[in-house]
Design a protein around this ligand. Structure first.
Ligand code: BGC
Length: 766
């Protein structure tokens, strides 16, 4: 059955055209004719691709076939290795990762295309996660924009730069749902929610691939990590995952399904164990769901050595056995480990893998290479590379998108600062930290391109303004193990200096958080507190009594209860990318009115994790007055900042919630609409959010689920009508037989500007 839980429709539905019926019919006829001819062309192209694959398969030796399934790693600086040249000439290499730059790519490609017997081009992959050279905010930050169009734009710029530098294939988007902020890779995805995650997955696939990923400014995308990698026990990276099929289908699959529906060319099989069958050897997820239910016909690449790691998992007895498990389950290309290439022939001889499985894997690899246009245009244009990288309009987009991604968590009115402030102090370990602004994945980003917060603020203020700077304390990933306590003496001196700077200033910007390498892969934390002595620094600076705005730079929710209580303003900037400093200054001085919202819940304490807004109610929902309810003795059960929260310099009012009906049938669609008014004095953005609850069902349902959102920009006093539709995709769930159903009963609806509060209504499904 096709999974209808994925909403393929746009996130907003507008009313139909007002044009007359004749115009409408003529237009409709033209559209149908155009669609028919496109469909004929697409089918002809697909047939041609399959014919070319058949012809190649007929000529390939077994060794050459296994060679196509092998991907090897280049050098960190983008160069290929001597061994790659040798293998490419023999036709025994399918792909590399990390080799990049048009000249490097062309050098190695020539060996494959001119040196090998069948002239099959290599496909060059690279982790272009949030930018190639122009670095955009981390994906979690972009998701905080609640503006999929921004993510599509940044992915399309990343694609243009990457393709110009010879990269055909990005290992992105990462679409893992992450409900536990201890997991460092929460930074790489769109956060905790499947609906928001699906919207961003679609947008990023579209941005990378466009309609046709053979185009010179597009790359093949790779949805990863298939699947449920983010559900690692204890938030510890690579750890075991054991969750139900219902949770998989309801929470973890939707962004992947959205990516597949958007035409993603490839997927990556994850590192984790999944209910006893590791994801890189799991026939249920790799074949049953992906190929049979979703009809995905692209290729699956393993994660880095995840095939050989099947031995450590305790699934495979040895490397050959690991290859057998992965290939038979549906992993087509092997990243870095070499079990297919080394043992494939023997496995076939011993009939432990089938010829059909090998041929099918090769077919999928060749299909992606053909669709990427590599047989027709294997080389990259070095001149084009020079003119494409870091165009001014790319930097401008990075600045706009970074500012759109920022979330104003708190503001008692201190922000925005007047740009004419006489003396401003920019304090903190991340105030002048170019490398950290790019986060963990930096693509080909250079720290020399980065505008730091200090530089951005200097550029934004008039020449007469004095800008003071003090680092205060240092933070360093290595000191996490000792809680940053090792530098106590140094810290006291640094804090003293910083306080002196703060006292001399009329306004203070305190830039604290995590270094770039404190989130991302293999960067799990047991504490979500500000690392090192930053809290002490913050307490001293805020204690100095000057108007202070805290700017947080980090890749995950942090536990900041003291700041939430005592700081006058907190701006969550994530890792903003190349244009970090300009974007922070734009928001701090009010050139941009912040409009981002949290795509993840901020807990009060790490012990609350996993903490997410769309949880179940339990039989004993938390109740302050009743001890025997689901809560903690030592911390409130509620979040510090809820999912969907975010302020701005304007205020908004939601009114006139209207439901199209009070009773509908199970297959009907119900309209939900409301008005949103800017009640402030500045132009600003609000994100209107629609949440739904199925009150009683044959399988327990979450207390609320996001089912629609729209970011609107309104002038002071302006009102906008916002409309959503709720149909079977939004109201259904997997029943006890794993069938998608909409059951009769009461549904509650809430429209709000966060996952708390707002206007409520209800209707009944008969
Ligand atoms: C990561 C992937 C990444 C791959 C290639 C792995 O360690 O899990 O996300 O795409 O390396 O760099």
């Amino acid at each position: 059955m096709l999974d209808p839980s994925v909403n393929n429709r746009p996130d907003r539905f507008t009313k139909g055209s007002l044009a007359g019926p004749r115009v409408a019919w003529t237009t409709a006829a033209c559209v149908v004719a155009a669609l028919l001819s496109i469909s004929v062309l697409v089918h002809a192209q697909a047939r041609d691709v399959e014919r070319r694959i058949d012809a190649l398969l007929a000529q390939m030796t077994l060794e050459e076939k296994l060679g196509q399934l092998q991907q090897l790693d280049g050098q960190a600086d983008g160069r290929y290795r001597d061994e790659h040249l040798e293998l490419a000439r023999k036709g025994l290499l399918g792909s590399t990762l990390n080799v990049r730059g048009a000249a490097q790519v062309n050098g190695l490609q020539r060996a494959a295309v001119e040196g090998s017997r069948l002239k099959i081009p290599l496909i060059f992959g690279f982790d272009v996660i949030h930018g190639y050279r122009t670095v955009f905010p981390i994906p979690l930050g972009e998701a905080a924009s609640w503006d999929p169009a921004s993510a599509e734009r940044s992915a399309s710029i990343a694609a243009a730069e990457a393709r110009a530098a010879g990269v055909h294939w990005t290992f992105a988007p990462m679409v893992d749902i992450a409900r536990d902020a201890r997991w460092g890779r929460i930074a790489e995805g769109a956060g905790e929610d499947p609906y928001l995650g699906a919207a961003f997955a679609r947008a990023r696939v579209r941005g990378f691939q466009g309609d046709d990923y053979s185009q010179p400014d597009r790359v093949v995308a790779c949805a990863k990590h298939w699947v449920a990698y983010g559900a690692a026990e204890g938030g510890r990276d690579y750890n075991t995952v054991d969750i139900s099929e219902r949770t998989l289908r309801t929470v973890y699959f939707p962004p992947f399904h959205a990516a597949v529906d958007a035409g993603v060319g490839t997927l990556m099989s994850a590192f984790n164990d999944l209910d006893g069958v590791p994801a890189s050897a799991n026939p249920f997820t790799l074949t049953q769901v992906l190929r049979k239910e979703w009809r995905f016909d692209g290729m699956v690449v393993s994660d880095y050595t995840s095939i050989t790691e099947l031995i450590n998992h305790g699934l495979a007895a040895d490397d050959a056995d690991a290859g057998r498990h992965a290939l038979q389950a549906g992993v087509d290309m092997e990243m870095v480990s070499r079990s297919y290439a080394t043992h494939g022939a023997r496995l076939l001889r011993e009939q432990r893998v089938s010829q059909g499985a090998v041929d099918e894997a090769v077919r999928r690899v060749l299909r992606v290479k053909l669709r990427a246009g590599l047989f027709d245009r294997p080389y990259s244009d070095e001149a084009r590379e020079r003119t494409t990288i870091m165009r001014p309009e790319f930097r401008a987009a990075a600045r706009t998108i970074a500012a759109r991604s920022m979330v104003l968590l708190k503001n008692d009115g201190v922000l925005p600062f007047a740009p004419s402030v006489r003396t401003i102090a920019v304090i903190g370990p991340l105030a002048s930290a170019p490398r950290d602004m790019m986060g963990n994945w930096t693509g080909d980003g250079r720290e020399t391109d980065v505008v730091t917060v200090l530089e951005g603020i200097k550029a934004a203020v008039p020449p007469a303004t004095t800008v003071l700077h003090a680092q205060g304390v240092a933070i360093d990933v290595k000191s996490l193990m000792s809680g940053g306590q090792n530098a106590a003496g140094l810290a006291r001196a640094g804090i003293r200096q910083a306080v002196q700077a703060a006292r001399r200033a009329d306004a203070v910007v305190l830039v604290i958080g995590e270094t770039g390498d404190m989130s991302g892969e293999a960067a799990s934390r047991s504490s979500l507190d500000l690392p090192g002595r930053q809290l002490e620094l913050a307490q001293a600076i805020i204690g100095a009594g000057r108007p202070t705005a805290v700017v947080l730079v980090n890749g995950r929710p942090l536990t900041i209860p003291w700041l939430a209580e005592h700081a006058a303003a907190i701006l969550e900037a994530w890792f903003p990318g190349t244009e970090a400093g300009h974007a922070v200054a734009d928001v701090i001085f009010g050139k941009v009115n912040p409009g981002g919202k949290l795509p993840v819940t901020f807990p009060r304490a790490a012990g609350q994790e996993p903490l997410y807004y769309n949880h179940k109610n339990t039989g004993r929902p938390a109740d302050e007055k009743n001890k025997y309810t689901s809560k903690y003795l030592d911390v409130p059960w509620t979040p510090l900042f809820p999912f969907g929260h975010g302020l701005g310099y304007s205020t908004f009012k939601l009114t006139n919630l209207r439901l199209g009906a009070t009773r509908v049938s199970a297959d009907a669609t119900i309209d939900v609409s409301l008005d949103v008014t800017n009640t402030g004095t500045r132009q600003g953005d609000e994100v209107v959010q629609l949440y739904v609850q199925d009150v009683a069902a044959s399988v327990t349902r979450p207390v609320q689920e996001l089912k629609g959102f729209e970011r609107v920009t309104l002038q002071p006093g302006e009102t906008r009508h916002v409309a959503f539709k709720l149909g079977t995709q939004e109201l259904g769930f997997y029943d006890r037989n794993m069938q998608w159903v909409v059951e009769p009963g009461e549904f509650r609806v809430r429209v709000s500007n966060s996952s708390l509060g707002g206007l409520t209504g209800s209707f009944e499904v008969r």
